[in-house]
Every structure is written in C-alpha cells, then in structure tokens.
Ligand binder design. Structure first.
Ligand code: HEC
Ligand code: HEC
Length: 260
C-alpha cells in the first residue's frame, strides 16, 4: 500500500510538472503572438488574399520585385528552423542557407529585440501559427543583380550589432518601453526615417541623431511624415487612425493597412 501511495504521488507530481511546463509554454506562445503583432510580421509575410504568414507578397526594391517568404511552421516555411536559424534571420538578416536577406526584411531594426522576446516569437511561430504548405517565389530581379553577395557587404557596412535596447540612465520606464518597441519590433524608422543614397536609414535610434523618424522620401508615392515632436509638420494627433481607411496604392502601404 505504501509503495502504491508513493507511486501515485510520484506520478501525480510528474503530471503536475508536465502541466506547468505546457502552461508556461502556452504563456510564451501568447507573448510571442503579441510581439508578432508589434512587429507587424503578418503585413509583409501575407499575400493579398493569401493565408496568414505564408509569404508571397510582392515588394519593390530599387532593382526589382522580391517576394516575402513563408514563415509558417510548414517544411516549405520555417518547419526545420532551430531557434538559432530563426534568430539569424530575424535579428542578423541571414537566411538558413547562409545568404543575406534583402533589408526589405527590417532586420536592422529587429536587431534591438531582446533574447527573451526572440524566444517568445520563436515559440509562437513554431506552436501558434498554422502550417501552410506554400513554396517561396523567386525574385524577379535578373542576374547578375540577383546575386546576394552585395547584400552581405551592405549588411557588413550598415547593419547594427545585435544588442538589446539600452535605456539611458534614469529613463522613465514607460518611455523606455515605447522606445524599445519603436526602435525595435515596431521598425517605425524603416519608413519614417530618411535613407542615405546607399539605402541605410540615416539613424536607427533617438541616440543616433535628429534624422531618426524625421520623415521619409516618397515611398511608393506616399510620404511617411516626421513623427518627431520637434518638427513643424510632425505628428498630427489622431491621424494614424485615418491613414489606413482611405485607399492607398502600393504593396507596402496595403500590407500595413491589412494588418491595422
Ligand atoms: C517590411 C516587411 C517585413 C516585415 C515587417 C517582416 N518581414 Fe520577414 N521578410 C521580409 C522579406 C521581404 C523577406 C525575404 C527577404 C529576402 O528574400 O531576402 C523576409 C524574410 C524573413 C525570414 C527569412 C525566411 C527564410 O526563408 O529564411 C524570416 C524568418 C522572417 N522574415 C521573419 C519575420 C518575422 C518573425 C517578422 C516579424 C517580427 C518579420 N519577418 C517581419 C519582409 C518583412
Ligand atoms: C511600412 C512603412 C511604415 C511603417 C513600418 C510605419 N509607418 Fe507610419 N506611416 C507610413 C506612411 C506611408 C504614412 C503616411 C500615409 C499617408 O500619407 O497618409 C504613415 C503615417 C503615420 C502616421 C500619421 C502621421 C500624419 O501626421 O499623418 C503616424 C502617427 C504613424 N505613421 C506612426 C507610425 C508608428 C508609431 C510606426 C511604428 C510602430 C509606424 N508608423 C510604422 C508608413 C509606415
């Protein structure tokens, strides 16, 4: 009898601990879902009328059209990606096969995402997203422009070191949280910061200088205005709720509106 009691006790302990692991995992997946929204992954990784995250959205680059990739956990997507492979793509801009991604994937901003948020994002993409079998599309960029080594050189010159956002000393925690989201997952600067001739954003953070979020050059015909409080045509309060409701051309804008 005593052994039975002990065995039952041990078994229920094991059951309890397996439960708490899956509860913790479910929590992580939920956190990842929230972060994926903040990063607007769905906007670029979903084709018009397509399944969420299955890729295939055409995106203009200066040398031709590229297509976003399938990031669902199917084998045609991220199915066989380890956490390290996922991290290498999202924060470092390097695909699993070692080639450099086009910076249309805003990895220079995502470089600011923390390790723990990356773990949550990975959990969500592996466990919380429906797998969709859909092969990736090749870009329409003709050879030799389609060679990716210049992208590696670009990354080497312009992509920031991967490092979690560092708040200035004594910063208000609410402002720091906002800065972490704006500079990192929100990648607001990808559209709202002017770019140099070599296409890198002129500033990737508030600490980099006044060019940060000071407004873009026309982007598929639309201008992403200055979001800086110090600018004369900067941020009109309440404007954001309107800008998706009117019909605007361009895949990028459509993509953002889709997700809004
Ligand atoms: C502004 C558009 C955009 C956003 C937002 C975006 N991506 Fe991407 N992503 C792309 C494009 C375009 C590619 C393909 C680039 C290429 O082919 O070089 C890509 C590639 C990737 C890859 C590499 C896939 C592979 O085949 O190796 C991963 C992983 C990825 N994105 C994950 C994410 C996650 C996670 C998010 C949200 C946190 C996200 N992306 C947000 C545009 C975007
Ligand atoms: C994919 C590109 C893109 C990204 C990323 C982006 N925006 Fe924008 N945003 C735009 C464009 C383009 C407009 C202007 C649309 C128009 O002309 O009405 C705009 C407009 C706005 C406006 C309205 C400004 C005004 O005065 O009319 C606000 C506010 C705004 N964005 C905030 C943000 C924030 C905050 C982020 C990051 C969380 C962000 N945006 C990320 C492209 C982008």
């Amino acid at each position: 009898m005593k052994t039975l009691v002990i065995a039952t006790f041990a078994a229920s302990l094991a059951w309890l601990s397996s439960c708490s692991v899956s509860a913790a995992e479910a929590e992580l997946v939920k956190q990842g879902e929230y972060l994926a929204r903040a990063g607007d992954c769905v906007a670029c990784h979903t084709a018009k009328g397509g399944k969420p995250f299955a890729g295939g959205l055409p995106m203009e680059t200066p040398i031709g059209v590229i297509y976003s990739t399938n990031i669902t956990p199917d084998k045609t997507g991220l199915g066989d990606y380890s956490f390290e492979d996922f991290d290498k793509a999202v924060r470092h801009g390097v695909a699993k096969n070692g080639s450099t991604l086009y910076p249309a994937m805003p990895y220079p901003s995502y470089a600011r995402v923390s390790d723990s948020d990356m773990q949550a994002l990975y959990a969500y993409f592996m466990k919380g997203v429906e797998p969709v079998p859909q092969e990736n599309k090749d870009s329409d960029i003709p050879w030799p422009l389609s060679m990716r080594w210049p992208l590696a050189a670009w990354r080497w010159m312009f992509a920031p070191e991967v490092a979690d956002y560092q708040a200035p000393a004594n910063a208000d925690p609410v402002i720091s949280r906002g800065a972490y989201l704006v500079e990192g997952l929100g990648h607001c600067g990808a559209c709202h910061t002017p770019r140099a001739l070599t296409m890198q954003e002129k500033a990737l953070s508030a600490a980099d200088g006044n060019a940060f979020l000071s407004g873009s050059a026309p982007l598929e015909g639309w201008i992403a205005k200055s979001l800086r409080g110090d600018h004369k045509d900067a941020l009109a309060v309440g404007a954001r709720s309107n800008w998706c409701s009117s019909s605007r051309p361009g895949a990028v804008i459509a993509a953002r509106c889709l997700a809004a």
